[in-house]
Design a protein around this ligand. Structure first.
Ligand SMILES: *[C@@H]1O[C@H](CO)[C@@H](O)[C@H](O)[C@H]1NC(C)=O
Ligand SMILES: *[C@@H]1O[C@H](CO)[C@@H](O)[C@H](O)[C@H]1NC(C)=O
Ligand SMILES: *[C@@H]1O[C@H](CO)[C@@H](O)[C@H](O)[C@H]1NC(C)=O
Ligand SMILES: *[C@@H]1O[C@H](CO)[C@@H](O)[C@H](O)[C@H]1NC(C)=O
Ligand SMILES: *[C@@H]1O[C@H](CO)[C@@H](O)[C@H](O)[C@H]1NC(C)=O
Length: 426
């Protein structure tokens, strides 16, 4: 052996560069360049926190007749007794019970109350059925009904208003885009995976976790959300998070169907999530490395061993619409097996000296709700002969610098070949 192996942790080396990177960022902001936030992904080079199945990415395919729903059926809910209904409201302490037959009450019944939980369930049902709903409001609230059936007095709209406000706020999907871009919302889902993992660990069984049917939005998804670029923020975060809790397989509801299919129901053209998942499949290997991210909560980071080369693939999700993220990478406990001389030629890998490849996914025209996703600036489409051309579009660099620049509202897979080091990915 000509040279003594240098067992200096790569951690230190990368940490040094991370510091110099901060200076670079600062000088950039001084010159009025686009706003930049900095962060560091701390990756454990030795601890693998999960191993996914080879076919981790999965999509469900439901039986889906051409007219699954009764659409355009209209359902009218109400009838005479609608004028006997009180709507439960937030914070309402009065017991909420149904109608009871009572000859003294109007129309032969006591007043009935519609609990909010029941109302929610009805709305889910309506949406599932694809029906349009005509809901009769109680028009007699506050009015006095005389023995001849005529009503006098003014309508008290307070209760009706609170039902409408509740329904709008609930508006199952209306704020979906805001939620998807909210790091607290995305992060909150980790509780589910974490609990499941704990249960499995404590049960001492050989049972493994699968996500069976995840569509992200209830029912058939939401047009302009679940079939557009913005949904990839949620989907890739789910894939990364599930894998980091040792979930073996993640099934997306669905391959085709509704608005959340990976493929467009009528044209079979892939939706953005199809490509996002395809890159996950091709770039993220089975071993999952523990990753924490410091700097901003708007950047989410997941690391796997690389799929095709020795090294790692870092997935960065930048939820920030204003700031580019400059991400330093620090890999701990990875042993450098050759002397590292920063003044010498750049680190090289076997593949013609290319040791880093970047795959940036962005929305066409910067429109998060576009159905077209750009890979390194070029629209992704399916080629009629050869399928999806992806490798040619990667941005390759000859140095595996510990930085990734993740633009506003973008997704980035950064593949770093680390063939000169030993760690759990080699
Ligand atoms: C209208 O009904 C609400 C309860 O829903 C009540 O608090 C309010 O006092 C009523 N208004 C009038 C003018 O009676
Ligand atoms: C399928 O694609 C067509 C043509 O681009 C589009 O008009 C339609 O909204 C898409 N359907 C869904 C469910 O995304
Ligand atoms: C990340 O930041 C938190 C809080 O600022 C700090 O406690 C923690 O040590 C940091 N982690 C690393 C690896 O620097
Ligand atoms: C960008 O920042 C401005 C000012 O803080 C804020 O009003 C705006 O909503 C932000 N835009 C996005 C997309 O986050
Ligand atoms: C893609 O790259 C391969 C070699 O890596 C090359 O043979 C092929 O011509 C390239 N295709 C395009 C469309 O550039």
């Amino acid at each position: 052996m000509g040279s003594r192996p240098n067992i200096l942790g790569l951690f230190l080396w990368l940490y040094y560069l991370a510091i110099s990177g901060s200076k670079f960022v600062a000088s950039q902001s001084n010159t009025g360049a686009p706003a930049v936030v900095q962060g560091t992904a701390y990756i454990s080079g030795t601890v693998s926190v999960g191993t996914t199945d080879v076919d981790f990415i999965c999509a469900t395919l439901d039986w889906w007749p051409p007219q699954k729903s009764f659409s355009p059926l209209k359902i009218r809910m109400g009838g005479t007794l609608q004028d006997n209904v009180r709507y439960q409201t937030v914070g309402d302490q009065t017991p909420c019970t149904g109608f009871v037959q009572n000859s003294a009450g109007p129309f032969g019944f006591t007043q009935g109350c519609l609990p909010m939980a029941r109302w929610d369930a009805l709305n889910v049902f309506f949406k599932e059925a694809g029906a349009r709903i005509i809901f009769g409001l109680n028009a007699l609230t506050g009015r006095t009904v005389g023995s001849d059936g005529t009503a006098t007095g003014a309508w008290n709209s307070t209760n009706a208003e609170s039902l409408i406000t509740y329904t709008i706020n609930k508006g199952v999907d209306d704020h979906l885009v805001d939620k998807i871009l909210d790091p607290n919302y995305l992060g909150g889902e980790s509780q589910t995976f974490s609990s499941l993992q704990t249960i499995l660990k404590n049960s001492g069984t050989s049972t493994v976790a699968w996500v069976g049917e995840a569509g992200g939005a209830y029912n058939s998804g939401h047009n302009h959300v679940t079939n557009t670029f913005v949904f990839s923020f949620w989907y890739l975060d789910q894939l990364g998070m599930a894998a980091s809790f040792d979930t073996k397989t993640y099934c997306r509801q669905s391959l085709v169907g509704g608005n959340y299919g990976l493929l467009n129901t009528t044209t079979f053209v892939p939706n953005p999530d199809y490509y996002s998942a395809l890159l996950f499949h091709r770039l993220m290997g089975r071993k999952v490395l523990a990753t924490t991210f410091n700097g901003t909560n708007k950047v989410r980071a997941y690391t796997h061993c690389a799929q095709r080369s020795k090294g790692i693939t870092l997935l960065l999700i930048n939820l920030d619409g204003n700031n580019t993220a400059q991400v330093g990478v620090s890999i701990s406990n990875v042993i450098v097996t050759q002397p590292l001389n920063r003044n010498s030629a750049p680190l090289s890998a076997n593949s013609g000296g290319i040791i880093r490849e970047e795959y940036h996914l962005t929305a066409a025209n910067g429109d998060l709700q576009s159905q077209t996703v750009l890979l390194n600036g070029k629209p992704l489409t399916v080629d009629s002969n050869r399928g999806f051309l992806w490798r040619n579009s990667s941005l390759a660099t000859h140095e595996c610098e510990p930085f990734a620049t993740c633009n506003c509202w973008s997704l980035l897979y950064s593949v770093c070949a680390l063939s000169q080091y030993s760690g759990s990915c080699l």
